[in-house]
Design a binder for this molecule. Structure first.
Ligand SMILES: [Zn+2]
Length: 139
């Protein structure tokens, strides 16, 4: 978020790689804000997640200003964190293994991880509206 990620753009400037294209979409210059927010690959992951939840994922500001007591806020925050983490992991997967998973698989991994986390903590939830919402998304 503060531009500290050692992205390909910096490596390109230092002459450590042949191009500065995003490894996820191979189209635009790779910067952290592109990778997490505007990359076509990341958008496809988020679209799959939004299809699952039936909601548009909130922006970072939306999460910061949201009602932290609501179950939906907690679940959407967990989802957003998992989306960012799994996109970042694919960037690392490209760098280390020279391969990336299809966005649909990344979305499924994200969904599975969030579902496990929610089920682990579901016993602590007493908000009926939140529980109903979670049932609607298959938890
Ligand atoms: Zn991209």
């Amino acid at each position: 978020m503060n531009g500290g990620l050692n992205v390909k753009e910096k490596l390109f400037k230092w002459g450590c790689c042949v191009d500065d294209l995003c490894c996820l979409c191979n189209r635009e210059t790779k910067r952290a804000d592109h990778m997490f927010l505007s990359c076509e690959y990341s958008c496809r992951v988020r679209t799959e997640i939004e299809r699952w939840t039936g909601r548009v994922l909130p922006t970072v500001n939306g999460l910061i200003n949201g009602n932290r007591k609501l179950v939906q806020w907690k679940v959407l925050t967990a989802i957003q964190n998992a989306v960012y983490y799994n996109i970042w992991m694919q960037r690392n997967n490209d760098r280390v293994n020279e391969m990336i998973l299809r966005p649909e698989l990344v979305a499924q991994q994200t969904k599975d991880a969030v579902m496990r986390r929610i089920k682990f903590n579901a016993g602590q939830i007493s908000d009926q509206h939140g529980l109903d919402w979670m049932r609607n998304i298959g938890v």
